[in-house]
Ligand binder design. Sequence first.
Ligand SMILES: Nc1ncnc2c1ncn2[C@@H]1O[C@H](COP(=O)(O)OP(=O)(O)O)[C@@H](O)[C@H]1O
Ligand SMILES: [Mg+2]
Length: 411
Amino acid sequence: MAQSASPLPNNSEDQQKIRLLIVDDIPETRENLRKLLFFEPDIDVVGAATSGEEGIQMAIELQPDIVLMDINMPGIDGITASERITQEVPMCQIIMMSVQGEADYLRRSMLAGAREFLIKPFSSDELVRSIRRVYQLGLQRRQAMPVAVPGAAGAVKAEELETAGKIVAVFSPKGGVGCSVLAVNLAIALQQNAAIKVAVVDTSLQFGDVGVLLNLYASRTIADLASLADELDNELISDIFLPHSSGVKALLAPPRPEVADTVSPPLVAEVLNRVRKMYDIVVVDTGSVLDDVVLNVLDLSDKIIVVTTPEIPAIKNVKLFFEVTEQLEYDRSRIMFVLNKTDRRINIRAEDIEANLKYRIEAQLPYDERTVTMSVNQGIPYVLSSKNSVLAQATVALGKQLLKSFEESEE
Ligand SMILES: Nc1ncnc2c1ncn2[C@@H]1O[C@H](COP(=O)(O)OP(=O)(O)O)[C@@H](O)[C@H]1O
Ligand SMILES: [Mg+2]
């Protein structure tokens, strides 16, 4: 029954906001920071202190997740205040702000317990990204702590652990359309966007690509769970996930095709059912054959991203697949139809495909051979290595769209 601790909020509906305290002696700066953060849906400014002393006091009272601390203040300066807050409110993460970026300041801030150092002036983008990153780190750190401090901010409630995260399958009935590339990039895009915990699971058991796409060595894979099928527990499953530097955790496919058979379809289903309780979103890459493994994955999925390219064979197979989904009585809202590798030079247009399949295309990703080839060869997903490419931006937008659809379905 009891699960190993995962103090993360599980879905967007009751997801906790990041509670943030501002400490700065200059009124305009406090006001500006409030304004910059006002429209961020996941950040809640719970207070603004005008001095180091007040900052310490308010941190103890309010138990914020994050303190945004000015370094230069009359009286108790930001560094001393940070030291005190780190002692008194250990769950709280501190981001230091300074006009100077001197190495000595930076070093002293870090020693005082600050997790991040922002140099003024910074953009609202930089600020928000830092806040989310530091918050994530804080959650990971809390998770690593053996016992949650009773009553402290973020202490886990048993019922929170039971909420199920969303499973998002990325599937195509035609190989080579870009499912695997999309699955890893989408997972990372989701992980960057919000204070959520994202996993990627490779169920393309014979020729799984997630490992190479993320440049992760398959020291542990789903095949290791096969011999332990009778004694599966969440701890075993957590151990088998490999951490990627983006924060995403990956469960890889077996290292060799002949091992694939040891992983049974029911095992895949059981693993996914457990994994969804440990993460907010589980992106599942699938093979392109409608076998029992894939059908199990699709059955369990909250969203099935069906990928096609503007090519007749791929479109034909999607058409057949949509017929299958109707027989299986999958609700249309569970399917998100995505057109990959769009290219102005190709004369099959999105509208033509929509008309032919009577299915709306919800997102389009451009053909960008250069970006994708470079990214896959380096093992660095393009949402990280080519952030500014149209493809990366379209993938990030797809992630946002996905989160929105989950929010809406919960209303
Ligand atoms: N948007 C894109 N633009 C150009 N090439 C792409 C794009 N997406 C994927 N590819 C390429 O398509 C090929 C198949 O991708 P992959 O993700 O392995 O497909 P699948 O998992 O559907 O079999 C790879 O060579 C990849 O580099
Ligand atoms: Mg693939």
